[in-house]
Write a protein of this length. Structure first.
Length: 233
């Protein structure tokens, strides 16, 4: 798999003919904007947009990107329906525990301990369950993007069921688990070949660097990506 980080929780995952953009928070994302990357380069050739939940720092530019590219949105039912009402024409909804088959990969929504809503007229609107995403490439590896979450014991079942080799892990604290908890989750419940931290450095109230997470992982190697620079996993 070729993976590119665009700040916060936004990643592009490429394998075979598939190019999946996860949680495309670009506009207003200081990490992305400081990098000076062209959005055209981010969305060029994408085949799917996948969302973990409905918060604005994850939905981001989804509607505009889907309109401009005609790509398919994969999201939980309520979120997909909500965004269809805002102009997304192609949606492929699912829900926690469900697997959605596509040419070249299967995508499964799994549990995450978080919330999921958007603000409408000053009030939060419920947008379905928050989820993690498991992407199983039919000719390659399995990736688990945890979304926004705390640790939970049923991560052991996710590992047993899907055996992900690649883990994308939120570490920033306050709105997700912090470095120490995230490291415990990785070491206790998974046997990742590649561990990638995310959800840090975006806003002042969350951890600004992955240093505490790297230290807490001890001898286990952590892949700290550079914004916009693809790497193989």
């Amino acid at each position: 798999m070729k993976i590119t980080w665009f700040g916060h929780s936004c990643f592009r995952v490429e394998f075979g003919a598939s190019r999946i953009l996860i949680d495309p928070f670009l506009t207003g994302n200081p990490t992305f904007e400081k990098a000076g990357i062209s959005e055209i380069d981010v969305i060029d050739g994408i085949t799917h947009v996948a969302l973990t939940h409905g918060h604005e720092d994850h939905v981001g530019d989804t509607v505009r990107i889907c309109k401009e590219t005609g790509t398919t949105l994969i999201a939980v039912h309520e979120l997909a329906t909500y965004l269809a009402g805002h102009g997304v024409e192609k949606t492929d909804p699912g829900n926690t525990g469900g697997t959605i088959p596509h040419d070249g990969f299967d995508l499964t929504f799994v549990q995450a301990l978080h919330s999921s809503s958007n603000m409408v007229d000053g009030r939060p609107v419920y947008l379905g369950n928050p989820c993690g995403i498991v992407i199983t490439a039919k000719s390659g590896k399995t990736l688990y993007h945890m979304g926004d979450t705390d640790v939970f014991a049923d991560m052991a079942l996710i590992n047993e069921l899907y055996e992900p080799q690649i883990g994308i892990v939120p570490i920033g604290d306050r709105y997700t688990m912090g470095a120490r908890t995230a490291a415990l989750a990785c070491k206790r419940y998974f046997d990742f070949d590649t561990v990638i931290p995310c959800h840090y450095g975006t806003f002042p109230v969350i951890d600004q660097t992955p240093d505490k997470f790297v230290a807490a992982m001890g001898d286990i190697e952590v892949t700290v990506p550079k914004v916009g620079v693809p790497f193989d996993a």
